[in-house]
Design a protein around this ligand. Structure first.
Ligand SMILES: *Cc1c(COP(=O)(O)O)cnc(C)c1O
Length: 449
């Protein structure tokens, strides 16, 4: 056997090439509280429970107890609901769609175009038609457009609190009322905002109400692995009542083994993430989250002012912790590369309908105190960003239906990635959505080979 120390050394070496997960320099994918003790606490709690199995809550009552306590905390924060801990936001959103579908024949869901792609994934997995509704200049959907989009087969209407791309909250009250009038469910996707906006509210920030106090809201998703600063692999899906939740559950007696009885998509379910989340929630507590929210709010305000001062534009009027930054004068993709070279990861977002090419920033508590470091890097990067010229005509004639491995190889060979990702992003943005999806799936296949 290979000695334990050597294996861990190898792992540390592999990790050297990853983006930094701490310090606020990676402004997507990771959420840093800035609290030093949290990682160690979570890791130890995870280790204490990682070999248990949530498959049977009667066999491991500790998991049942911890899950109920986590859900209870989420329900207090969002003023109601019964629920489950899931593996992440996508699973929570997909289960909300599944529960709404029940055994409907030709179901559709109505969603603003700014809703998370998890709902398109749900539709793809569960055979559901999506009815996307364009958003206004403020990147919020107009309730009248939602009303008009609902058809006889609609089982669910979605609103975001806030949307990932722009950080704005949809008019949840009106949307939920419209859904309620039609006897349709309304899911509020608060995956990224659910654990921070209630605290922002206590700090005086004003935004559209989105929790269970709003009549017509039937389910809410909130991720623990975002602003609850828990390790990856935990989210909560709340339903307004256990009746509404029933169609999320699955039982099968159609085989000779144990009767399979699942609350979520997983069957065998590690107790590790649940225990880690429980421990983090217990340690930080309500006052701790309020303080983390205060730091995050300071950071997001300072960054927004600094970004404006540099002549860049923040899209919409975000009320949360997310900023979408653009400018008609700079190539956002090239700017992202320059920031990356200075040790900051900002996430390119492609132009979509009325949303121009922009850079997404997820601001966390760890950004507080080093706002100026970011703004300095942004100023320097702006000064040396030049547009990247890409011949997008190499996309001509490529058909997502018939794309061959040879065509993909030729395309890969033609893009210059030496200076960063700008050329790839420019090309991908120029590709129609279907072709872009196809190219990325082809790329994924190459990565995993
Ligand atoms: C992050 C996010 C999701 C998906 O969550 P994952 O944990 O990445 O699966 C869904 N909706 C919104 C608004 C999000 O920000």
């Amino acid at each position: 056997m290979i000695p334990v120390d050597q294996v861990l050394t190898e792992l540390r070496k592999l990790r050297e090439h990853d983006l930094p997960t701490h310090g606020g320099r990676t402004m997507a994918y990771v959420y840093d509280s800035g609290l030093d003790e949290l990682d160690d606490l979570a890791a130890r709690a995870h280790a204490l429970a990682s070999s248990t199995n949530g498959l049977d809550p009667t066999a491991f009552p500790s998991l049942l107890r911890m899950e109920n306590e986590i859900v209870g905390t989420a329900a207090r924060l969002l003023n109601g609901g019964v629920g489950q801990v899931t593996s992440g936001g996508t699973e929570s959103c997909m289960l909300a769609v599944l529960a709404a579908r029940g055994d409907a024949e030709r179901p559709s869901i109505v969603l603003p175009v700014t809703a998370h792609a998890a709902f398109h994934k749900a539709a793809h997995y569960f055979g559901i038609r999506t009815i996307p509704v364009p958003v206004g200049a403020d990147f919020r959907v107009d309730p009248a457009d939602v009303r008009a989009a609902i058809d006889d087969d609609t089982v669910l209407v979605v609103a975001s609190a806030p949307s990932y791309a722009h950080g704005v909250v949809d008019p949840v009250t009106d949307i939920a009322a419209i859904a309620g009038d039609r006897g349709i469910r309304c899911h509020v996707d608060a995956c990224i905002g659910g654990w921070v906006l209630p605290y922002f509210g206590r700090l005086g920030v004003e935004f559209e109400p989105f929790d269970f106090t709003v009549p017509g809201v039937t389910s809410i998703s909130v991720d623990l692995h975002k602003y609850a600063y828990c390790p990856k692999g935990t989210s909560v899906l709340l339903h307004a009542s256990s009746e509404l939740r029933r169609t999320q559950y699955f039982a099968s007696a159609a085989w000779p083994g144990y009767t399979m009885l699942n609350s979520t998509m997983q069957s065998t379910r590690s107790g590790g993430p649940i225990a880690a989340a429980w421990a983090v929630l217990r340690h930080v507590g309500d006052e701790g989250y309020l303080e983390l929210a205060r730091r995050t709010l300071c950071a997001v305000r300072a960054l927004r002012i600094g970004i404006d001062d540099l002549g860049l534009r923040v899209l919409g009027d975000p009320v949360s912790t997310l900023l979408a930054v653009t400018s008609p004068d700079v190539d956002p993709f090239a700017l992202a590369d320059k920031m990356r070279a200075r040790g900051w990861y900002v996430q390119p977002q492609f132009a979509f309908q009325n949303s121009p090419t922009n850079l997404h920033l997820t601001v966390t508590a760890a950004n507080h105190g080093n706002e100026n470091l970011f703004l300095d890097a942004l100023r320097e990067s702006l000064a040396d960003t030049a547009p990247v010229a890409v011949d997008t005509s190499i996309l001509d004639g490529l058909d997502p239906e018939t794309l061959t491995a040879e065509q993909f190889d030729a395309l890969m060979g033609a893009v210059d990635m030496s200076a960063g990702m700008a050329a790839v992003n420019t090309l991908l943005e120029a590709a129609p959505a279907k072709l872009r999806e196809r190219l990325l799936i082809e790329f994924l296949g190459r990565l995993y080979s």
